[in-house]
Design a protein around this ligand. Structure first.
Ligand code: AMP
Length: 374
């Protein structure tokens, strides 16, 4: 168990690192950020910073020497960098989990081996393999890079046979993975944490709605019956246990029309779909993450309120910032990014409701409406 004053090394300098560092400071820890970016969202609030490339092994060695434990908010770290860190200091979650989550085929194989459903899938290294995979899985289907994809980047929808060749050419790096299209009714996720002693806690299952492939709204709890809510929790717990996770992870799932749950992705770090916990839970995802990494006891992942989280993306949403601040009931979170480029996650706000009083569709729209400019 780390004592106050200990140093947590954070690889990655974005908003997830920023909010983790703020939670760590509240528990008395110092955070040392390692990121290629000067003055990024995490660096602004961290006690110490190293600005270097993720494959700069000598900078990583010096960083490891200066911290007590290493965690990350950025998943696409080169394997050699991770191995070096793991030789020097405890890395939580560990390199094995990261390598599984970095590669969609390893991820799906791990999930299927654990008896967890995914979309039907096939690894694709050539156009001939893609044609064979489509013959087996059918259309529509989604072709994705196995590595380095996020927010819908690195993927293509295949609707007709003539879509195959251009999509295969366009997507890189290869190999690719073909996934059957899941005709889902809802996307949900569960944030789950596992401590050093193996205890597991899971936040309530939430609904996620996307716009242009980027998360727009999270609704907590997801408006589903008790059975799918509980099954989503069991799946997330099973994933954390099978991976022997120490830390926090997000498990994203599709709910089909029949009510079946199909896992889309796992992310072994705090997750955008967990931002509602910052205000609706006594111990939110970032504190839970830091507690797990620091070897502290994990409190139950209680939720005291229902909540809606709205992401603020790019210049259009940030133009609303003054109105967001002027609207009673909205709890704003700004990531400190200087430039609001289109598609960039700039901040979010949470709106709380008494537990059990989450409004329906129209009520949610009303609740997110801003006070008009005077
Ligand atoms: P991903 O990058 O895998 O998280 O995918 C981004 C988004 O694309 C998901 O949140 C879904 O809305 C959609 N998507 C991805 N894979 C599939 C699939 N196999 N079937 C249907 N929709 C998908």
């Amino acid at each position: 168990m780390l004592h106050p004053g200990a140093v947590i090394g954070m690889v990655g300098g974005g908003q997830l690192g920023r909010m983790s560092a703020m939670a760590a400071a509240r528990l008395g820890y110092l955070v040392h950020v390692f990121s290629p970016e000067t003055d990024g969202p995490a660096a602004q609030v961290a006690a110490r910073n190293t600005v270097a490339a993720y494959d700069d092994l000598s900078a990583l060695r010096a960083f490891a020497d200066a911290v007590d434990v290493v965690t990350f908010e950025f998943e696409n770290l080169p394997a050699a960098s991770l191995e070096l860190l793991e030789r020097c200091k405890p890395v939580r979650p560990g390199a094995k989990i990261l390598s599984i989550s970095q590669d969609r085929t390893l991820e799906k194989r791990f999930l299927n081996d654990a008896g967890i459903a995914t979309a039907p899938w096939a690894k694709v290294e050539s156009l001939a393999e893609l044609e064979a995979a489509v013959a087996r899985i059918g259309l529509p289907a989604v072709l994705k890079t196995t590595r380095l994809g996020y927010d819908g980047k690195g993927q293509a929808m295949l609707r007709a046979p003539e879509d195959l060749a251009p999509a295969f050419e366009r997507l890189s790096p290869k190999p690719l993975v073909l996934e059957g299209f899941v005709d889902f009714g809802m996307e949900v996720s569960v944030m789950v944490a596992r401590g050093l002693n193996g205890e597991v806690v899971a936040f309530d299952t939430v609904e996620n709605r996307h716009k242009h492939h980027i998360l727009d709204l999270t609704i907590a709890p997801a408006p589903l019956g008790p059975d799918p809510l509980a099954r989503a929790q069991s799946i997330a717990r099973l994933v954390a246990e099978r991976l022997e996770l120490v830390g926090l992870m997000g498990v994203e799932m599709f709910v089909t029309a029949k009510g079946d749950l199909v896992v889309n992705e796992i992310a072994p770090r705090p997750h955008n779909s967990g931002h509602w916990t910052m205000d609706a839970c006594p111990c939110g995802q970032f504190e839970m993450h830091i507690r797990a990494v620091a070897g502290l006891p994990l409190p139950p992942a209680l939720r005291h309120s229902d909540a809606v989280m709205k992401n603020l993306i790019g210049p259009d949403d940030m133009a609303l910032w003054p109105q967001i601040l002027a609207t009673p009931g909205l709890i704003p979170h700004h990531y400190g990014k200087a430039q609001a480029r289109p598609g960039r996650k700039m901040g979010h706000f949470n709106r709380l409701f008494p537990k059990g009083a989450l409004p329906g569709e129209l009520g949610i729209a009303d609740a997110l409406a801003l006070t008009p400019k005077s």
